[in-house]
Design a protein around this ligand. Structure first.
Ligand code: SF4
Length: 355
């Protein structure tokens, strides 16, 4: 237990009051807050895992319009669900959400507690606590990166964690001691909102913080240096991709439904899928970081050859898709966005016509 924890716990009733007053006045008008239901909370929580709120909002609105409840989603086809998720990344979440809807519909009694929700595939302790506290007033604390930051600063914790999950484990008992048993859902959302809007990673707005009077890091003037995490060493990986166009069609690679990663989803194929190797400079390169790996995706523009016919026939994962139908091809988010930038939705750009 760090220096500030006992003081904070003994002030819990006043702390909750100050935090909730601030939250009711300052919370962002997010669509799942305007009209709340267990289904809408589940969808918003699964969509928000590893994804920014601003990205989630339009997807959420389209999703609940198309499938307004568990019953409607349970009736959907898997391919439709994946297409509606395209662009959000981490597609296993879409599949888990769809399977969850089918299981909830089959159950006689809807799950209510975090302990029941965590049994669903794809629902971890954080998501289970969020769903159960917001929709069913289960008094279980939600601890994410924002909450860790707030609690680490309130208690001026000087500990260094190897990763996020170690810090979450450490602060969960304190968060559970502070939670408002009468309004656990509002309390959890308020803590996360405070971390997102006021107790920001950089430039925390201590002057306007509703819980500043309990904050040890503010007193010690070291808010920005808390919490401390061990620095990760990033691994670099180079990937060679083939951009192959033929008569307004693009060659894509679709992963089989049995694949562990990206099952049913499509990507720009690898050069190696066509038994090719890079022989010149790439047309362009894109970098993206996933976890501790930075991928440099080098894209090569390749002219299709008549001699490929048998090669394409043998590889059942390769398929031609019309460019104007790319939005329905369940492409992964980054690849869909890149292709949308490179290719005119009405056809090929002049440059691509030269291929
Ligand atoms: S006073 Fe500053 S550092 Fe402390 S919780 Fe508030 S915003 Fe965060």
């Amino acid at each position: 237990m760090s220096f500030g924890e006992p003081k904070l716990i003994s002030a819990a009733p006043v702390f909750r009051k100050s935090l909730l007053l601030w939250f009711f006045k300052n919370q962002r008008p997010l669509p799942w807050r305007k009209k709340s239901s267990a289904y809408r909370t589940v969808v918003s929580e699964l969509m928000s895992q590893q994804t920014q709120i601003a990205t989630v909002v339009p997807y959420f609105e389209k999703w609940v319009k198309k499938w307004p409840d568990f019953e409607a989603l349970a009736e959907a086809k898997e391919s439709e669900v994946l297409a509606a998720w395209a662009g959000l990344g981490y597609y296993s979440r879409a599949r888990h959400l769809w399977q969850l809807a089918r299981q909830v519909v089959e159950q006689k009694n809807s799950p209510r507690t975090a302990a029941e929700w965590v049994k669903f595939k794809g629902v971890g302790p954080y998501t289970a606590a969020a769903i159960a506290s917001i929709s069913f007033a289960d008094p279980v604390a939600v601890v994410d990166g924002n909450v860790v930051r707030v609690l680490a600063r309130l208690t001026a914790s000087t500990k260094q964690w190897q990763d996020r999950s170690a810090s979450v484990k450490y602060f969960t008992p304190l968060a559970n001691a502070l939670i408002d048993p009468r309004k656990p859902g509002d309390f959890n959302q308020a803590m996360m909102e405070l971390g997102a809007l006021v107790c920001r990673k950089r430039n925390p707005d201590c002057a306007n913080c509703p819980v500043a009077r309990w904050c040890q890091a503010k007193v010690q003037g070291k808010a920005e240096s808390i919490p401390k995490f061990a620095t990760k060493t990033l691994r670099q990986v180079v990937v060679h991709r083939a951009l192959v166009l033929r008569a307004e069609k693009l060659l894509i690679k679709r992963y089989p439904l049995t694949a562990r990663r990206l099952a049913g989803m499509a990507e720009i194929p690898l050069l190696s899928d066509l038994a090719l190797e890079p022989t010149s400079s790439p047309w362009l390169s894109k970098r993206r970081t996933i976890g501790a790996v930075t991928y440099e995706e080098q894209v090569f523009r390749i002219k299709p050859k008549v001699s490929w016919q048998s090669r394409l026939k043998k590889n059942s994962e390769l398929e031609w898709v019309r460019i104007h139908q790319l939005a329905n091809a369940a492409l992964t988010g980054p690849h869909f966005r890149w292709l949308r930038d490179w290719l005119n939705p009405d056809g090929l750009t002049k440059r691509d016509r030269l291929l």
